[in-house]
Design a protein around this ligand. Sequence first.
Ligand code: TMP
Ligand code: ZN
Length: 407
Amino acid sequence: MSNGSCRICGGTVKETVNLGRQPSGNGFPLPRDIEHEKSFPLSAGTCDSCTMFQLLDDVPQEAKYRDEYPYHASGSAVHRAHFERNARRFLETELTGPDSFIVEIGSNDGVMLATIAQAGVRHLGVEPCREVADVARGRGIRVLGEFFDENTAAAIRAEHGPADMVFGANCIAHIVFLRRLLKGIDTLLTPDGVFVFEEPYLGSVIAQNAFDMIYDEHVFIFSVRSIKAMAELAGFELVNAEPVSLHGGTMRYTIARPSRRTPAPAVAEFLAREREQRLAEHGTIERFAGAVRKIREDLTGLLGDLHAQGKRVVGYGAPAKVTTVTNYCGIGTELIPFVVDSTPSKQGRLVAGSHIPVLEPGAFAADHPDYAVLFAWNHAEEIMAKEQAFRERGGRWILYVPDVHIL
Ligand code: TMP
Ligand code: ZN
């Protein structure tokens, strides 16, 4: 166990969970590229001072966010509906001026900005991964193909003027240089502007033993307390925290310049709840790490038993989470011969490290297995509704959070 230095405040980060060496979660190499695969230590812990939960080690940005970055945010109907709702709300609450301007960091395939663009409101997506950025451009969205930092922010302000709102979803917690990002927000926002971002919530990760939310991209897992500390260090104020049901438990944070907005009661409520749950304490994370070791034992035990009984088991969904789970548990093609995923850019590739092939969902429907491990467990409702025929023919789902169980 080693300690690190906090990326937010410089305090000491104590390593409390260690998932071994792992490749990049969204690596999904082609079969011919596996010999070039790199792996990195994957361990995490909490900062003694600002309480930010974070990885100990950095994986180079460019190793993660390539031109052909395979994650498409529009891949789920539930996500599409969510981001459209978000956009409509922003149009009604923050973007009401005659020439309002919104910037989205990590705009991916334009799942949120599509609605803003249709409404004719001034916007700019900032997205360094070319393929998803091109999908968004194809939908009529303006996209700048860069990483967002203080320099990009200054260039955007010089060209477009200040932004009434900056938004980010499932990408702010990915940014190693978060302090530079906040400087950029400071440069870009109008005096009354807000920075709204929604990211997986540490309270949900701990409550569900969702250790597969830990992978190289998730440099931080935020809590209300750590975001309040971060906002204040950067000269902002946390004015709202709203739970969102995506990704197994997400929190949407709103930060503004100090004393510009009245903080919603939810901020104090969540801070009190996190104190009760002892979310910032090392002991809480150590207990989580213990539960994670038990999941590894139970899952490999179950898959080994099913294999011995001659049952066919495959995986459903190839989120980055599948990389963490299969590599941490040492699960390869002998136990799970393939996983299926609806994202075309993942099909024909392999799960990084464990080298389990990713096939299209038709491979699942064509010859239903006896069991399917649901790696995209955060989409359980949508997937189970779609794959009812599997259950009807006697197939069973295996879930491994919050513990290993069969449905
Ligand atoms: P996520 O958990 O990071 O959102 O990734 C979910 C993955 O699951 C993504 O690769 C798409 C895939 N998926 C399916 O294969 N079928 C589905 O019905 C849904 C909703 C997602
Ligand atoms: Zn800190």
